[in-house]
Design a protein around this ligand. Sequence first.
Ligand SMILES: Nc1ncnc2c1ncn2[C@@H]1O[C@H](COP(=O)(O)OP(=O)(O)OP(=O)(O)O)[C@@H](O)[C@H]1O
Ligand SMILES: [Mg+2]
Length: 434
Amino acid sequence: MIAASALSRLLKPVAPLLPTMSISDVADRLLTPEHKAFLSLPVVDAAERPVGLVSRSKLQDIFMQRFGRDLRGRHPIHEVMNPAPLVVSLDTSLDNAAKQITGQLQYPITEDFILVDAAGRYRGIGTVLDLLKAMEARIAQRNAVLRKALVDLKESQTQLVQSEKMASLGQMVAGVAHELNTPLGYVKNNVELLRELSAPLFLLAETQATLADCLNDPACSETDLAQALEQAASAREQAAPELLVEDLSQLFSDTLYGLGQIAELVVGLKDFARLDRAMSEEVDLNDCIRSALVIARNSIKDKAEVVSQLGELPRIACAPSQINQVLLNLLTNAAQAIDGFGQIQLKTWADEAAVFVSVQDNGRGMPPEVLARIFDPFFTTKPVGQGTGLGLSISFKIIQDHGGLIRVASEPGRGTRFLLRLPRAQAAELKWSA
Ligand SMILES: Nc1ncnc2c1ncn2[C@@H]1O[C@H](COP(=O)(O)OP(=O)(O)OP(=O)(O)O)[C@@H](O)[C@H]1O
Ligand SMILES: [Mg+2]
């Protein structure tokens, strides 16, 4: 019974008054040093049940009157006693006792409260001041617990944010790996084909060298020369270099194109994942969009065509990899909201104060009860293992840290539109590091 012991720590075992005592006796007792901390003294009957409380202020009122003590000193105390004092059972919890006492307390506070055992027998009194101190200590203790909980929560939030970053990094790497695979595949095929096609050319070069050697050598016999000529002619026929010219140049340009695509992806990846230096980096958001599109291409291409209307934008100060993370999440969400094959519209524009990005899909849309919760951490309608529900809450935080706004409009069955607004002026220092 921790609660009961909390209250019993407030208990002061003051000797009670008897109803038959006189007002003077009580006044004398209240004046003694051991009673000076109390505002009142309890009155208890023969069965140890509290029947009232005599307060110091009541007695003072009497003694302040002219001849007060002479006139009323001999009267019994029940004349001045409060017959309905505050009585609290010792097995009450500290919180409930506080509620009970503050609920009945009269102001100014002129009385203490009486503590009784479970059978209702007097055990002592407690002061309101001690009760307040005990409550204060308890609140301080709870605050400490809450503060610790907050620290723990922040730590696990940081971990979650980190794991969400890792998840989007994994998603990005998978997307890029997939994108790299296609050009890599045909560059490899082309190179193999080039090797195959060039083999007869090497043979041709070799036979022609033999022929040239024979022609330059006076000791070369007629038969050897005839053989060298024949071999050179057959190698030439086999290699058919005049037919190869077109094939080879086509193969070389295809291969170069493939390598160009690979290079583009690598640049995109570097842009996407670049560690943000300061917020002072001036970025064209259209570049962020292009880079996010390269990364998301793999997860979008079977779900939707992307229609971009990218307006001319001023460069703005931002952390590009974070903005990329937001865009990637909006694009992935849009693709995931589409059943069958749909459309994602991307638009950018600017006014004097801000740059705007709109990402609109014609997917499932959201009912109001979903819409109301999408920015809550962990809110997801996706199956377990597919969505963490952190994407939008992190996006919200990133945009907020950039001094921007993120707005959404959605209609079930028709689609969803997210609008980002990022201020042109340098936003406050970025709180999140990349
Ligand atoms: N374009 C959209 N169309 C319809 N619903 C959406 C769209 N974007 C978000 N939502 C809804 O908002 C929820 C929360 O999105 P959020 O990006 O925060 O998490 P998630 O996509 O479920 O998971 P994660 O981003 O971690 O993979 C989604 O589960 C989905 O119900
Ligand atoms: Mg998401």
